[in-house]
Structures are given as structure tokens and as C-alpha cells.
Design a binder for this molecule. Structure first.
Ligand code: ADP
Length: 398
């Protein structure tokens, strides 16, 4: 069975064709600048020396998906002879509100439900829906599945998802914690249990998805019980350009002082803050790391604040679960930054966490990086959201 995984953004689209017989990636690629001048598709498969690049106007997601399918079934660069070999399509969808706690086969009702969630994810859900519509038009007989970023977190108890706000704001507008990166937290927690040789039901894990956007989840017995992102992906950790947790009173204060309206303060917190705003250097942690090593004090302070925030959440979630068996690092920073992992682990000895500095000297592959006598295991696990989407898709359509 071959599953096409699609992740549609507002002007971009990532795809992978996965052979579910052995979970191998047959080909993958990226389309950028959909609907904007300079549309381009970059496609690759194993054994190709260079990426196959197509530059041609694409006015919408339908044009883009047509081009993707042409590449996937191309005689030279493709991975199948005919697009009829695609058995199912799995779509990444960002927000399902409280409507879905697991992946679902896409029907008219599901599409309608996702439209109702547009208010909650105005930047993401419309693009995801465009991808679904475009696929439906081109591959009308192929079953499609939606896999949601929010679904894994739907097991959180009320005590984790309710804010200290008037209850009617929850009933009226759905103002509550939803959490994001759920597909990643689910994948790495399952993989962690496998690597520990334990049943997932028997372990308490904190999963740290540290990328440009970053979130932490407390996973007790395979179920998410708390997570750091909230109503939107702005809450929680300090990120590349997002501020994470701040005193909410700062918002009206700045609006008055700087004469900002709602959109301007939203932009400030989402795009101009985080380590980028704190340093004025970059949102890329490699640049911050380099500047800190060269003695830049703002970069040093930003890194320290970033690391402390991660540690606070690990400590809080260990307390919340009343125990901790493993901490997982994943995503861009978590998979690649040896120094940031080391700094995070260095202050958590009291929890029974002991890093193996040698073992930690690794990037991007499944590795146990804690010392043999560490009570709590530390794991580096590259995330694989596409594979998780393909697995859910296979499960639901087979
Ligand atoms: P997203 O999917 O949220 O865009 P990723 O998970 O791809 O993010 O992570 C991207 C981030 O990973 C980059 O901003 C970069 O800062 C960070 N990163 C990648 N490699 C390294 C490294 N060697 N050291 C520190 N940070 C790194």
C-alpha cells in the first residue's frame, strides 16, 4: 500500500510518498510560492544526484498538487508508474478544536467540522482545507484521512486545559488549551517506549519538541496529560520568534504605550520576539549559539532563559505525573544541538537525570544519551510526523 502524505501551508506544500509495506519513503518534495510569482516544485528520490526542479506558475493548491502527482508518477524522477498506484492520501491538519481526538477518514461532515475550526487557526486550517479540496478534485476515488496536530492532546484533563478565565469564554468561544505538535509528541513517545523496551502504558515521559516552534508534553501511559502550547502555538517555551509565556498584563500595557492594535501586538509576539527579539541577531539557534560563544551577552542571556524555561517545564511535568521515566529531545534544536541538550540536562540531577556526555555527541539519530546509572533515561529521537500520518492513514483505510 502506498500513501501520499500532504502538509499544505498557505503558500507551500510538503509531500512524501511512503510505501507502507516497509515504511520507506519512495519520493518527497516541496512546493513553494503557490499563488505567488516564482512558484517552484523541488522533488527528490533516493539515488537522484540533484533535485528535480520545476519552475512554473501555480495559481492555487490544485495546480500545485497536479504538478506533485506528475512528478510522483514521472517516468524518470517518479516513484510509481501511474498515479492510480496511490492508495490513500493522509493530510496534516492543524486544528480540530474539540471535534476530533484521533485521525479520521475525510467526509463532507469532517470538512464541515474543520471549517468551523477556522476561527481557531485562521492561518493554517484554510490552507489544509484547500489541499483537501484540490486532492478531492484530482483523485476523487482515493480515500483521504485527516491527521490533526491537536488530536493527541485531547486526553488532557480539564485541570490542564482550562485557563483561569470566566468559564463562559470557554463555552462561548472555545478558549482553552489545545496544544500542538501532537503528531510529533505521539510519535516520539511511542518510539521512546520501544527504545526502553517497555509498554507505553507503564511509562511517564516528557517529550521536548524543540524546533523553530517548540512545545513540551507530559505523556503518562501513552496519553498526553499536559502540554506547553495553549489556545494557540504562542504559549509556553521561548521560541525562534515567539515569546512563549509572558505576563498577560504586558499586552494591554504595550498596546497603550506603543499605540499598537490587536494585529500589531499579535505580530510582535509571534514574529518579532523569542530569541530573535531578545538578541536582535537571528531566530536560528545556531546563530545564537555562535554569538553566545563569541561573548555576546544578549545571546548568552537568551540561551540561558531558553534552557531555564525547558527545565521548568520538565520539572513541572515530572511533578504533575508524580514520576518520570524518560525525557525525549526532538525537532531541529532537540535533534541537532549537542550544547543545548547538555545545558538542559545539566541542572536536573535532583530528578535522577544524568547525561552521558560522549553519547550526547550525536545528531539526528535514535540514541540513548543518558548515563547507564541515570534513573531517568534521556533519549534523542528524530521526529517523523509524515510516517505517523501515513500509519494513521493506513490504519483507517485498510
Ligand atoms: P520548524 O519545523 O518548527 O520550522 P525545525 O524542527 O525544522 O523547525 O527546527 C529548525 C530549527 O532547528 C532552526 O531554527 C535551527 O535553529 C535549529 N537547528 C538546526 N540545527 C541546529 C544545530 N546544529 N544547533 C542548534 N540549532 C539547530
Amino acid at each position: 500500500m502506498k500513501v501520499l502524505v500532504l502538509n499544505c501551508g498557505s503558500s507551500s506544500l510538503k509531500y512524501q510518498l511512503i510505501d507502507m509495506n516497509n515504511e520507506s519513503v519512495l519520493c518527497k518534495g516541496l512546493v513553494e510560492r503557490i499563488g505567488i510569482e516564482g512558484s517552484v516544485l523541488k522533488h527528490e528520490k533516493d539515488g537522484m544526484d540533484e533535485k528535480y526542479v520545476v519552475e512554473q506558475p501555480m495559481k492555487d493548491h490544485k495546480d500545485a498538487i497536479k504538478l506533485v502527482l506528475d512528478a510522483v508518477a514521472d517516468e524518470k524522477v517518479g516513484a510509481v508508474k501511474d498515479m492510480k498506484e496511490i492508495d490513500a492520501v493522509g493530510h496534516r491538519v492543524v486544528h480540530a478544536g474539540e471535534k476530533f481526538a484521533c485521525s479520521v477518514v475525510i467526509t463532507e461532515e469532517v470538512e464541515a467540522a474543520l471549517k468551523e475550526c477556522i476561527d481557531l487557526a485562521p492561518l493554517h486550517n484554510p490552507a489544509n482545507l484547500m489541499g483537501i479540496d484540490a486532492c478531492k478534485a484530482i483523485l476523487p476515488d482515493v480515500p483521504m484521512v485527516a491527521v490533526f496536530d491537536t488530536a493527541f492532546h485531547q486526553t488532557m484533563p480539564k485541570s490542564s486545559y482550562l485557563y483561569g478565565l470566566p468559564h463562559e469564554l470557554y463555552t462561548k468561544y472555545g478558549v482553552r488549551r489545545y496544544g500542538f505538535h501532537g503528531t510529533s509528541h505521539k510519535y516520539v513517545s511511542q518510539r521512546a517506549a520501544e527504545m526502553l523496551g517497555k509498554n507505553i502504558e507503564d511509562v511517564k515521559i516528557v517529550t521536548c519538541h524543540l524546533g523553530n516552534g517548540a512545545s513540551i508534553a507530559a505523556v503518562d501511559g501513552g496519553k498526553c496529560v499536559d502540554t506547553s502550547m495553549g489556545f494557540t502555538p504562542l504559549e509556553g517555551l521561548i521560541m525562534g520568534t515567539r515569546c512563549g509565556d509572558i505576563d498577560p498584563a504586558i499586552i494591554p500595557f504595550l498596546m497603550r504605550k506603543e499605540g499598537l492594535d490587536a494585529d500589531a501586538i499579535d505580530k510582535l509576539m509571534n514574529k518579532e520576539s523569542g530569541v530573535y527579539g531578545m538578541t536582535g541577531i537571528s531566530s536560528d539557534f545556531r546563530d545564537i549559539d555562535a554569538a553566545a560563544s563569541e561573548g555576546n551577552e544578549l545571546a548568552q542571556a537568551a540561551l540561558e532563559a531558553y534552557v531555564k524555561k525547558v527545565q521548568k517545564y520538565i520539572g513541572a511535568y515530572a511533578t504533575e505525573m508524580n514520576g518520570l521515566d524518560a525525557v525525549v529531545f526532538t525537532a531541529g534544536v532537540g535533534e541537532n544541538s549537542i550544547t543545548i541538550r547538555e545545558r538542559i540536562a545539566s541542572n536536573l540531577e535532583f530528578l535522577g537525570i544524568k547525561l552521558d556526555v560522549e553519547a550526547n555527541n550525536v545528531r539526528g539519530k535514535d540514541t540513548v544519551i543518558s548515563a547507564a546509572d541515570s534513573k531517568v533515561k534521556l533519549l534523542l529521537i528524530p521526529t517523523n510526523e509524515e510516517l505517523m500520518i501515513a500509519r494513521d492513514t493506513l490504519e483507517l483505510v485498510k
